[in-house]
Design a protein around this ligand. Structure first.
Ligand SMILES: O=c1ccn([C@@H]2O[C@H](COP(=O)(O)O)[C@@H](O)[C@H]2O)c(=O)[nH]1
Length: 238
């Protein structure tokens, strides 16, 4: 069970520090990594990183940077100084943006004598499907586009990608087992899809070889969150 706990990333999508603290305390025993997304970070800033560290948690800064290379690399240096374990940028920011960021975090971590965070590139959001790509004038299937972006990200120095569990087997086959896959769009059979379109159950995602699964609402929006987390860990270990 402990092994699957390390794979479980919980999305702290709440609007204030008080709610985030309560969730961290409630779920620390069942969750490997806490994900800080745009809502919480915009509300409380880097203070949340301190709180997670104080509770011996690992941090995934899900800030999905997408800007010119110098801006992203500079922001990433700050994340290194905050001691985050994982962070991400959009793969569509391009080779130079990812490459400059990868070099910057290595340099910054060496300067501080600490481990550098893992750099992941977001491929195609799990709320998008083939039809959505067509409307964006992208003439590829979602899975082909994800693989192309994953190849670009790897060649630029990323440690892995954010994708849906549907693409994991292919990514591992083409880019190697060590290339990290972190997958939102996780929906146990007892939960609702909401705005997620490319979804999979925790059990199937683990079978497909994902390194991390991200779960938010299926745990956060139920009455007994500890029970929901335990149920997911059980499904992951079956
Ligand atoms: O492609 C992506 C990238 C990021 N996310 C984030 O993951 C969580 C999922 O939460 P649920 O409540 O389990 O849907 C959320 O914070 C998203 O911002 C994603 O869903 N898809």
């Amino acid at each position: 069970m402990n092994n699957v706990k390390e794979k479980l990333v919980f999305a702290l999508d709440v609007p204030d520090l008080k709610s985030a603290k309560a969730l961290i305390k409630e779920l620390a025993e069942y969750v490997g990594v806490f994900k800080v997304g745009k809502e919480l970070f915009t509300a409380v800033g880097p203070e949340i990183f301190k709180v997670i560290k104080e509770n011996n948690g690992k941090i995934f800064a899900d800030l999905k940077y997408h800007d010119i290379p110098n801006t992203v690399a500079s922001a990433a240096r700050v994340l290194v100084r905050h001691g985050v374990e994982i962070f991400n940028v959009h793969a569509t920011g391009g080779f130079e943006m990812i490459n400059m960021t990868a070099k910057a975090i290595k340099e910054e971590a060496e300067k501080l004598g600490i481990n550098r965070p893992k750099l992941l590139a977001v491929t195609v959001l799990t709320s998008l499907n083939d039809e959505d790509l067509k409307s964006l004038k992208i003439n590829e299937t979602t899975s082909d586009y994800v693989i192309d972006l994953a190849k670009l990200a790897k060649s630029a120095g990323a440690d892995g990608v954010v994708c849906s569990p549907n693409e994991v087997e292919q990514i591992k086959k083409e880019l190697g087992k060590e290339f990290i896959t972190l997958t939102p769009g996780i929906r146990p059979l007892w939960s609702v899809k909401g705005d997620q379109k490319r979804v999979m159950t925790p059990a199937q995602a683990v079978k497909n070889g994902v390194d991390y699964i991200v779960v938010g609402r299926p745990i956060r929006n139920v009455e007994n969150r500890v029970e929901a987390a335990k149920k997911i860990l059980k499904e992951m270990s079956e």
